[in-house]
Design a protein around this ligand. Sequence first.
Ligand code: F0G
Length: 327
Amino acid sequence: LNPSGRGVWRYSSLLPRPRNKITLGEGCTPLIRMGRDLLLKFEGANPTGSFKDRGMTVGVSIAKEAGASSLVVASTGNTAASAAAYGAAAGLEVKVALPDGHVAMGKLAQAIIHGATILKVRGGFDEALNYVLAREVGRSYPLNSFNPWRLEGQKTIALEVIEEAKVDNIIVPVGNAGNIYAIWKGYVEAMEAGLTDSIPRLIGVQAEGASPIASAWIMGREEPIPVIPETVASAIRIGKPVNWFRAWRAVKAAGGEFITVSDEEIINAQKALAKMGIFVELASASTYAAYLRLASDLSGSTVLIATGHGLKDPDAAAKYEMHIIEV
Ligand code: F0G
């Protein structure tokens, strides 16, 4: 550990070491106690409002050091927002391939204000990623979660949790399936470094309408069932997750599981969290929905990884009943 460091770069001995770090103060997010055995890691407290910043500080630092002049990502929104901000901080050009009509307003606003060029893709995230792989890689430095440096940064979620609490279960929303793998990698390396003596059960949640991995897991198949994804949780509206194999292996090794929750359960979970003062986006609320479903099966303490801030998607909140008094 780097005792003088704070956030992601506190763990620099387990990270690549670029000479110049592009940092906006990511990591060191609150771990909120919700009950005796339930905690929530509020990744919405990162500089751009999602866990993506942990990966982006490492990925963009490396890209800059490698001499890249432009960055590219496909995104459901948060990766785009984070790449736009860190790219701006590094003085690099940023291109973001976004599924037309399926990106939450807050995320789009971030891409715009930080000056990213928006590549408008007809279709969903899967088509956007295909476009980037076919046409942009080679011209610009790609920072999707197949980029290993991104996942190096994201593994610091695990390293922080290890310092903060002894945990038996970790529940993570799964889209492209990079983050759950990154968290597992963080635990494995921490164990090798003698920082912890056990790995929690990792539980990956997908929305019912976008569950290529969880459906396969539940049906006992050994590979994902590609789907045309549909869910209110636009951040995890992904039908062909690129990191599925690594995520699958990690969850298996951790004695965990993948489960699905319905859009209705996700919406109710978002409302229930908001009643406790915690505003997370719908994809993140899926972790609480999963917890409510599993509660009687879970033993010991559980951490929900609340991946993104609720303000990312103001339209989702505006759909709830308003208490207005005209005065
Ligand atoms: N939660 C949020 C808020 C996300 O934005 C994402 C992914 C995930 C969970 C799932 O993480 O893909 O590593 O399994 N968002 C990506 C994006 C796809 O483009 O912002 P994953």
